[in-house]
Design a binder for this molecule. Structure first.
Ligand code: GAR
Length: 185
């Protein structure tokens, strides 16, 4: 039976759309965004996927997470997929979905953690960076790695061309990694 999934996003939502259009055996019960201006909302409307806006500005950290947990419960969510979700989840939240929260990060962890993985790697001048899919634990970008893929940074690359290369890898790698996760559920 298809696994009930929630996707959490803060911005463009291109990975959300890619997952929604994939052949994964999932039902996206809800897209949750923490930002009312996230373009991911437009994608959810076009894809006819239910979405909820939990605007971080209107909550304390505790009530923000409580609201999201209530939605997950209401939707019988079995797996939480972060796709460009830029808020750090508390240990309390994570303990409710232990080994059931997956994140996508645009660098080869443990290098370049944090919200600007692509830019930080590019500005550092690395010759190799990449994409990581990992379980979320109570650290920041520290959970067990599920899949990783490297990409070379060429002298001709700009931040924009590197971003494009990383996104192309993300679209393929996140689906492959989620397939592995779903098999083990
Ligand atoms: C992706 O590149 C993802 O790896 C990154 O945000 C982008 C979201 O793009 N996530 C992080 O940096 C998490 N720390 P999208 O909204 O188009 O899917």
């Amino acid at each position: 039976m298809a696994t009930n999934v929630a996707i959490l996003a803060s911005g463009s939502g291109s990975n959300f759309q890619n997952i929604a259009e994939s052949d994964l055996d999932i039902t996206i019960k809800v897209l949750i965004v923490d930002n009312p201006n996230a373009y991911a909302i437009e994608r959810a409307k076009k894809l006819d996927i239910p979405y909820r806006v939990v605007d971080r500005k209107h909550y304390t950290k505790e009530t923000f997470e409580k609201e999201i947990l209530d939605i997950l419960k209401e939707c019988d969510v079995e797996l939480v997929v972060l796709a460009g979700f830029m808020k750090i989840l508390s240990p309390n939240f994570i303990s409710k979905y232990e080994d059931k929260i997956i994140n996508l990060h645009p660098s080869l962890l443990p290098s370049f953690k944090g919200p600007e993985g692509i830019k930080d790697a590019f500005e550092y001048g690395v010759k190799v960076t990449g994409v990581t899919v990992h379980y979320v634990d109570s650290g920041i970008d520290t959970g067990k790695i599920i899949a990783q893929e490297a990409v070379g940074v060429e002298d001709t690359d700009t931040l924009e061309t590197l971003e494009e290369k990383i996104h192309e890898i993300e679209y393929r790698l996140y689906i492959e990694a989620l397939k592995m996760v779903l098999e083990e559920l």
